[in-house]
Write a protein that binds this ligand. Structure first.
Ligand SMILES: Nc1ncnc2c1ncn2[C@@H]1O[C@H](COP(=O)(O)OP(=O)(O)OP(=O)(O)O)[C@@H](O)[C@H]1O
Ligand SMILES: [Mg+2]
Length: 456
């Protein structure tokens, strides 16, 4: 095999419509930089979002709600995702779309409750007895298979661990060898093994190996200090929903009878209100004892106008609860009837009493200049070549219809360009895809024109 054939497999991600957004792009004083972190313009909304991030970080905002309101394609979803990026992976973030609540199997409020609990984290600190260090050797010792046959089995594994203070060789059970393989531990990795459960955790690669390659996204950690065998504070981040599901599983024994009976039972166990209450109780005692800490996260409900009055009432109550995440809504609706009611009209399709609680952040339509910048960023993330002239033309299309329509034309236009044997999008391709795909407005116009031709 030639070297050129070996590709790094970390980069071939799917490009989703918001993958160019890396953060809010604010300076150290919280002011928006015109183009930064993949975001363009919309300065006021981004600055407001920055304040929200700050409030979440200081834990000053539990049980509050924010609403992003603005016309389609003005970056509401993009900015909400940027907030999640700013908060980092340690703060739970649960995105959902309003229409998700409509399922024939689960109650609407149940879906909401589940997502609420996905957005509340718990950081559990435990002191555990561990063996920790940089791996210097992994040698599985093989013996003849006791069952006969020709195969060999691992009888034990010798592992060498090094810390700044010394090295130690351990003789471990073969089951630990399996978990070492599962975590893909190699010589030079820093790991720890919990001494009573035998769980192996790979922390990263030792930083003495750091200069080897810099192709992959590898986390480098320093050589651990102290002895190999020691007590270590282990921090675990879970969400309340993780705890719910972990405890909802049927807890049978390992013997044949209980396995048979759990086969007979329906597979899916439900998380009941009773179970949640139990878990809350346990969590509260953990918090009181100082073992655990609550990390209120972020629940993002996009297209919130899809919720109905029952959901809104439930939301209102859930926001009052003492352990509630911060909730961010987004909608592109103006005045409309609230779902599930006959004729109650309200702005954004949200009941007035809930609307009264939320802080509203507006997003405004983009100028042609800004659209051009966004389209430029998009074509870069999709690795599409496009001339400045066609970018101009496309942004004009965007101002006449919506930004999303213009963004969506990029991919088919690129395809056309390739068919035409070019390596970039030109004016012709834009003109052609505009003829092939209609935007909502011109499609509606066509509908009106040929109204009598359609079925009624
Ligand atoms: N300020 C911006 N900077 C960079 N990209 C943006 C910006 N605003 C929007 N986009 C991109 O434009 C596209 C449309 O934006 P987005 O989906 O956020 O709109 P929206 O306001 O949520 O619309 P809708 O109301 O229809 O849901 C997305 O690909 C988004 O990433
Ligand atoms: Mg959206």
């Amino acid at each position: 095999m030639k070297i050129e054939e070996v590709k790094s497999n970390s980069k071939s991600q799917r490009i989703a419509s918001h993958s160019h957004v890396k953060g809010l792009g604010l300076d150290e004083n919280g002011y928006a930089i015109q183009t930064a972190a993949g975001l363009v313009g919309q300065e006021l909304a981004r600055e407001a979002a920055g304040v929200v991030v700050e409030m979440i970080r200081c834990k000053k905002m539990a049980g509050r709600a924010v609403l992003f309101a603005g016309p389609p394609g003005t970056g509401k979803t993009a900015i909400a995702l940027a907030i999640a990026q700013e908060l980092g992976s340690k703060v739970p973030f649960c995105p959902m779309v309003g229409s998700e609540v409509y399922s024939s199997e689960i109650k609407k409020t149940e879906v909401l409750m589940e997502n609420f609990r996905r957005a509340i984290g718990l950081r559990i600190k435990e002191t555990k007895e561990v063996y920790e260090g940089e791996v210097t050797e992994i040698t599985p010792a093989e013996t003849e298979n006791p069952m006969g046959g020709y195969g060999k089995t691992v009888s034990h594994v010798i592992i060498g661990l090094k810390t700044a203070k010394g090295t130690k060789q351990l003789k471990l059970d073969p089951s630990i060898f399996e978990s070492l393989q599962k975590e893909k531990v190699e010589v030079g990795d820093v790991i720890y093994i919990e001494s009573n459960s035998g769980a192996v955790k790979r922390q990263g690669r030792s930083d003495s190996y750091a200069t080897e390659f810099d192709l992959e996204a590898e986390e480098y950690v320093p050589l651990p200090k102290g002895d190999v065998h020691k007590k270590k504070e282990v921090i675990q981040d879970v969400t309340l929903h993780d705890l719910d599901t972990a405890n909802a599983r049927p807890q049978g024994g390992q013997d044949v009878m209980s396995m048979m009976s759990s086969l007979m039972k329906p597979k899916k166990t439900e998380i009941t209100d009773k179970l949640r209450k139990e878990i809350n109780k346990v969590v509260n005692t953990y918090i009181d004892q100082g073992i655990a800490e609550l990390v209120p996260g972020l629940l993002f409900i996009d297209e919130v106008h899809m919720l109905d009055i029952e959901c809104f009432t439930y939301l209102h109550r859930a926001l009052e609860s003492s352990i509630s995440p911060i909730v961010i809504f987004a909608t592109n609706r103006g005045k409309c009837t609230i779902r599930g009611t006959e004729d109650i009209v309200s702005s954004h399709g949200i009941p007035l009493d809930l609307l009264d609680r939320v802080m509203i952040i507006r997003t405004l339509p983009y100028t042609q200049e800004e659209m051009m910048q966004i389209l430029g960023i998009r074509s870069q993330t999709e690795s599409i070549h496009i001339s400045d002239e066609s970018l101009q033309l496309l942004s004009l299309t965007g101002t006449n219809s919506t930004l999303r329509y213009a963004v969506q034309l990029l991919t088919p236009a690129n395809l056309l360009a390739r068919i035409n044997g070019k390596d970039g999008i030109g004016k012709e391709e834009i003109e052609e895809v505009k003829k092939l795909f209609y935007d909502a407005k011109s499609s509606a116009k066509l509908l009106q024109k040929f109204d009598d031709k359609y079925m009624k």
